[in-house]
Design a protein around this ligand. Structure first.
Ligand code: DAH
Length: 351
């Protein structure tokens, strides 16, 4: 046996007796990796042995190489086992430590947010219609003139289509001025029977204490065979009673909207003065009339049905639309519509 070979075999023997205790002493993964590097790292002892194989005579090199490689894989296995041991010890320690309850409330209380009063009002209104059997639909805020005006049977020169009233994106496209566009979209895409409501943002050039250029509406309609004005009155009265209380008086007044015939407006008794015992002349909310207008409605015009591909000889229906801001303002006694959109926490925290 050559000297070189003898020397290597001795080194193998001493490394073999060294690594187990070296690994056993390690308590952390980092210590273990450092210990491992002393054997198998670039400058480690086993790596040095492999480099020395070149000095061995060719006929013995294979046998000695195998010995070194055996040692190398032994150490690799021992490393993996030690790593698993350290990992398990860490987990066990963690699990045996004092219980840490992540869900405990903090020492400094965090103020809770809540749904915006306007959205709360919208949700309450939609919930009533859902309860009455309506499905909820959505429509776009940037809309074709066709869907916002033309198919709703607005005559081309109607004042609402004027530059002064609407925000135009480009000819033929505008920010919808009401949620009635959803009627056109839903009626064009579905076949009766239909009972649909939709809530959303609408835009008009209007800006004062009770008007905002951006505001919210709820639209709804029913289409089926033999839908009558009596049903319109029944459904909308039920809605008003659920929203304002079962004892609130309601009245329907004739009115005009191009897409209904006949058209009407629904008033409820002034929630501030007309209940329980009559009108108070000085009321600012109803201006002494005892009534507050809450929505527009009517029987869907046959022309609108035709524009949406629904047979007006077979089907009838009614539609209605209303603002949400005013309901919220009445409900919470909010004097200025702009308060709803400024997002001032001093205001919002009051609800
Ligand atoms: N779109 C109307 C508006 O913005 C409200 C309205 C009136 C909607 C009558 C309707 C309706 O569906 O039948 O003033």
């Amino acid at each position: 046996m050559t000297d070189a070979r003898q020397d290597i075999e001795q080194t193998i023997a001493s490394l073999r007796s060294a690594y187990p205790s070296s690994f056993a002493q390690c308590a952390t993964e980092q210590q273990l990796r450092d210990a491992n590097a002393r054997f198998l790292g670039k400058k480690g002892d086993v790596t040095a042995l492999l480099k020395r194989l070149g000095s061995i005579e060719a006929d013995q090199r294979k046998a000695v190489g195998a010995l070194v490689n055996d040692l190398k894989s032994e150490i690799e296995k021992a490393f993996a086992a030690a790593l698993a041991r350290i990992d398990k010890a860490r987990r066990d320690k963690e699990l045996n430590e004092r219980f840490f309850d992540l869900s405990l409330p903090g020492r400094v209380p965090t103020p809770r947010g809540h749904v915006h009063p306007l959205m709360q009002t919208r949700d309450d209104m939609l919930a009533i219609f859902k309860d009455l059997g309506f499905v909820i639909a959505a429509g776009p805020e940037v809309e074709l003139e066709q869907n916002n005006f033309t198919k709703l049977a607005f005559p081309p020169d109607h004042p609402a289509t004027d530059m002064q009233d609407s925000f135009w994106i480009k000819p033929g496209v505008l920010l919808r001025t009401h949620t009635s566009n959803v009627q056109i979209r839903e009626m064009s895409g579905r076949t009766p029977p239909l009972a649909v409501v939709s809530a959303g943002v609408v835009y008009r050039r209007d800006d004062d204490v009770t008007h905002s250029p951006m505001f919210h509406q709820i639209e709804g309609f029913i289409v089926d065979e033999n839908v009558s004005f009596a049903q319109l009155k029944g459904v909308l009265t039920a809605f008003a009673h659920r929203l304002y209380g079962a004892d609130v008086p309601v009245r329907f007044r004739p009115s005009y909207f191009p897409f209904v015939e006949p058209g009407a407006e629904l008033d409820v008794g002034c929630v501030f003065c007309a209940r329980p015992d009559g009108t108070r002349p000085g009321c600012r909310v109803c201006k002494g009339t005892g009534w507050i207008e809450i929505l527009g409605c009517g029987m869907i015009h046959p022309q609108v049905f035709e524009n949406c591909g629904i047979d007006p000889d077979r089907y009838t229906g009614f539609a209605f639309g209303m603002g949400i801001e005013r309901v919220a303002m009445l409900r919470y006694g909010i004097p200025d519509i702009r308060l709803l959109f400024e997002n001032d926490p001093r205001f919002l925290a009051q609800f």
